[in-house]
Design a protein around this ligand. Structure first.
Ligand SMILES: Cc1cc2nc3c(=O)[nH]c(=O)nc-3n(C[C@H](O)[C@H](O)[C@H](O)COP(=O)(O)OP(=O)(O)OC[C@H]3O[C@@H](n4cnc5c(N)ncnc54)[C@H](O)[C@@H]3O)c2cc1C
Length: 411
């Protein structure tokens, strides 16, 4: 059954997990006990992906209960997400190249490779574990982190399928499917991210970390890095907070950030009066391939959007509307009906929503309406540090937490 895509559900999961986020998480998080027992991880990713619950709230709740020393591993994992988002934000061409490569990679498969691909996504390769994870992904929209690594490694090095098609399969089916975390994790396994460093899944590691549930045979014994057709781009500048408008503004929510309540301080400082809130009824397609969003993912995203705008309407005490899409023809009549002079929307990082908002901004500019994107301090502070690898970024975590004023003296 698909879990509830509401903030209340995300907060309940967070409250339930917080006691286990300290040393227990550090010791046990790598074990994949199967879908019946996820108690060693938080399973919060679908809620965090849509910011039904924000990264800041998750880290704050955990550091309210544990010291940074005890919960350091968990906090670091949340910052992996922030790091990947920042890394891609500074190098948007990596996303553009990935999306442009999916359809050609499918077309370029030979007849034999096409059979392998069809078997892989249907979970009928005969590889123990791999087939189970393919089915688990399609049915539940979630995989343990270790299973994602094993799956990607077997896909690339044992089945010798293009990484882009595996990333696309994940993005279509994961409830937490995220342009940055997904694309860059697949690139990391393939040896494209930390150039030359790949991830090889082994029978022994899988057997150990699944507590003997799976012991796949015939896995690749080496993992030569996939060759890239372009060098890693030089990082560009990180986005900076833009001035927000004052006066009557309409607040447009989207699937990348559905916690409008915590945007209020930034809007009030600017002197903005929120007169209407809305979100589209459905999420953007995550894949250029056919079957762009499976029903499970589409249903979760649509419910998250509905929850987001309903809460925002109640919070700001204004009408909350569902719009047909992030298009000028859907949005202009709504703006006019509320006599709004400007549109504000949470900042959308690199991905399908960003692409859509860029088009919308151009169309609304032609009508004399400015679109302002609200960049959260969490992102504004961390993303500029995503210029190199995760390890130098990780060194910044205590300082970032101090700037966020989270935790008890997080040194
Ligand atoms: C091939 C591959 C594809 C992936 N695709 C996605 C994706 O599309 N979306 C996604 O959110 N994560 C992705 N991940 C990262 C990670 O597997 C998931 O975030 C994690 O398994 C979610 O489960 P959880 O909420 O129980 O995590 P926990 O272990 O409880 O971690 C807490 C939170 O930290 C963040 N997080 C944890 N590990 C990572 C990580 N390695 N990278 C980035 N963020 C992390 C997530 O927001 C997560 O909810 C991918 C990893 C791999 C190897």
């Amino acid at each position: 059954m698909t879990p509830e895509a509401t903030r209340d559900e995300g907060l309940a999961r967070l409250a339930d997990f917080v006691p286990r986020a300290g040393r227990a998480y550090a010791a046990e998080r790598n074990t994949d006990r199967g879908p019946q027992d996820r108690s060693n991880v938080s399973t919060l990713s679908p809620w965090v992906r849509h910011r039904l619950v924000t990264e800041r709230e998750v880290v704050e709740a955990v550091l309210h209960r544990h010291s940074l020393d005890a919960a350091g591993k968990f906090v670091q994992e949340v910052y992996w997400r922030t790091y990947w988002k920042g890394w891609l934000e500074l190098r948007p061409s990596v996303w553009a190249r990935y999306t442009a490569s999916v359809a050609p990679a499918l077309d370029a498969l030979s007849a034999a490779e096409r059979v392998t691909y069809d078997d892989a996504v249907a979970g009928r390769t005969g590889i123990e574990g791999f087939d189970d994870w393919a089915r688990e992904l399609v049915e539940l929209g979630y995989l343990h982190n270790h299973a994602r690594m094993w799956f990607a490694s077997i896909w690339i090095f044992t089945l010798r399928l293009p990484w882009q098609l595996g990333a696309d399969f994940f993005l279509r089916h994961l409830l937490d499917g995220d342009p940055a975390s997904n694309t860059l994790s697949w690139r990391w396994v393939a040896g494209l991210q930390t150039v030359g460093k790949t991830y090889l899944a082994t029978t022994q590691n899988i057997e150990f970390a699944t507590e003997g549930r799976f012991r796949p045979r015939g896995l690749a014994t080496s993992a030569p890095a996939v060759e890239d057709d372009a060098p890693l781009p030089t990082p560009g500048p990180a986005p900076r907070p833009a001035p927000l408008p004052s006066g009557r503004v309409a607040l447009l929510l989207h699937e990348d950030d559905l916690h409008a309540e915590s945007l209020e301080p930034m809007l009030s400082v600017a002197g903005a009066e929120v007169v209407a809130v809305a979100s589209p009824t459905a999420g953007e397609a995550r894949s250029p391939a056919a079957d762009p969003a499976r029903a499970v993912v589409a249903g979760f995203t649509a419910a998250a959007l509905a929850d987001g705008h309903a809460r925002a309407g109640a919070h700001y005490g204004v009408e909350a509307n569902a719009l047909d899409g992030l298009t000028a023809s859907a949005i202009l009549p709504w703006l006019r009906a509320h006599d709004a002079t400007a549109l504000v929307t949470p900042y959308a990082p690199v991905g399908p929503v960003r692409d859509r908002l860029d088009g919308l901004e151009r169309d609304l500019a032609a009508e004399g309406i400015a679109v302002s994107r609200i960049l959260r301090p969490w992102d504004a502070r961390a993303w500029p540090h995503a210029t190199r690898g995760f390890f130098p970024f990780r060194e910044r975590i205590p300082a970032l937490l101090r700037e966020e004023q989270i935790g008890r003296d997080p040194r």
